[in-house]
Design a protein around this ligand. Structure first.
Ligand code: PRP
Ligand code: ADE
Length: 183
């Protein structure tokens, strides 16, 4: 846990997100988290904010599930803080053993996500984490996978929400929480 108020931590995190207009294609404004990852104080502040939010909101969380690949940057650290396990939701063809899979649309493309069939037990309480929600297709796919395993989805948690793409609607009825919002 680092020093400072929640507002100070949020400012620190916000200051470490870079915008790259027209990447990877015209019209897309890419929100780059690499400066956040390079700054240990800012990264710690981001994890603090996520941990505080989850501890205040839920009396029990069993598992954090993170999305390939940038959800993997936040999920394991957050799970460690909470003293719980982390499970992988990966792009197609990466996970061994029995899997569930679902295809989905991205802001720029199409993809398929998978989870191992034994990743979570039925009724386990799961928070899904990713760096960013754009159209919500990836988180929708993650929710669909966890529903197939009969998990209880508490919420989807992201660092960044791109509001104008209305990804929150796509993950309805599940709750979406974000630390930073951009138009
Ligand atoms: O809300 P959506 O429209 O689904 O977009 C958001 C997703 O897109 C990015 O991942 P990407 O699939 O580009 O993979 P990466 O994390 O490996 O870069 C991002 O990390 C989210 O997972
Ligand atoms: N605008 C964006 N910036 C960063 N990552 C993204 N993934 C999907 N859309 C994105």
């Amino acid at each position: 846990m680092s020093a400072g108020t929640s507002e100070q931590k949020l400012q620190l995190v916000r200051g470490r997100i870079r915008a790259f207009p027209d990447f990877p294609s015209p019209g897309v404004c890419f929100r780059d988290i690499t400066p956040l990852l390079k700054d240990p104080a800012a990264f710690c502040a981001a994890i603090d904010l996520m941990e505080d939010h989850l501890r205040k909101t839920y009396s029990q969380i069993d598992v954090i599930a993170g999305l390939d690949s940038r959800g993997f940057l936040f999920g394991p650290t957050l799970a460690q803080r909470l003293g719980i396990g982390f499970v992988l939701i990966r792009k197609k063809g990466k996970l061994p053993g029995a899997t569930e899979s679902v295809s989905y649309s991205l802001e720029y493309g199409k993809a398929e996500l998978e989870i191992q069939a034994d990743a979570v037990d039925p009724k386990q309480k799961v928070v899904i984490i990713d760096d960013l929600i754009a159209t919500g297709g990836s988180l929708w796919a993650a929710c669909t996978l966890l529903k197939k395993l009969n998990a209880e989805i508490l919420e989807c948690l992201v660092l960044i929400e791109l509001k104008t793409l209305e990804g929150a609607k796509k993950v309805t009825p599940f709750k979406l929480c974000s630390l930073l919002q951009y138009d």
